[in-house]
Design a protein around this ligand. Sequence first.
Ligand code: GLP
Length: 260
Amino acid sequence: MEVVILPGSRQVGVLAADAIEALLRRKPHAVLGLATGASPLPIYDELARRYVEGRIDFSQARGFGLDEYVGLEEGHPQSYREVIRREFADRVNIAAENVHSPDGAAADIPAACDAYEEAINTAGGVDLQLLGVGTDGHIGFNEPGSSLASRTRIKTLIEQTRRDNARFFKSVRDVPHHAITQGLGTILDARHVILVATGAQKAQSVRDLVEGPVAAICPASVLQLHPHVTTIVDEAAASSLRLADYYRHTYDNKPKWQGL
Ligand code: GLP
């Protein structure tokens, strides 16, 4: 796993956007894995800026959301489908019909999960998966204890996640108890994973995922099994890493041709 430590969230967003821009130049019809939460927002801001400048073209790109709450009414501003539309899709020239999210309102949830896996496969798989990480080490909504081989399915949210996400709702009581999420096995199928984390509240989960054992108690640690993961963090989120100096040295001396 490559670990890149940058001064702040703006720089994190710029570097992740560089990788997306490079991918779309190489493969205009690339499939992007889209994450929500606050961490990826600087990436979407940077992509929107580059689109306005005419530097980046999403006209052939496809996107798949990582997860979705179960039980929010259609169009709820905090449904992840809406967040992705508002923060990303509406600000660039990606076609609305090419942006997919799990169906949290499906009558038959297991069938909707299977159909989502199928849709990702039919699109050719995810080229670049963006991820944030929860304070408990979750990715998507794969909470601690998730099967490391899991596929898209329903999960019950842990109380810490509901409390963390209460800031997006009126109160913690409004945060759903369930979500559909791509599984850890689904995420591992992406060709390249970029995980971003900023702020001191993420320092422990960043340490656990990068340097801890691979264990379901920190679901993000499964990324250690993936051949191409880039973890981009700010100084605060990097503050508990044992090998921080080594990661800095490696990045500072990286051959230019390697890219991310
Ligand atoms: C949510 C999402 C995750 C996200 C995490 C961290 O629960 N399901 O995809 O990575 O929280 O969010 P934030 O970036 O706001 O800290």
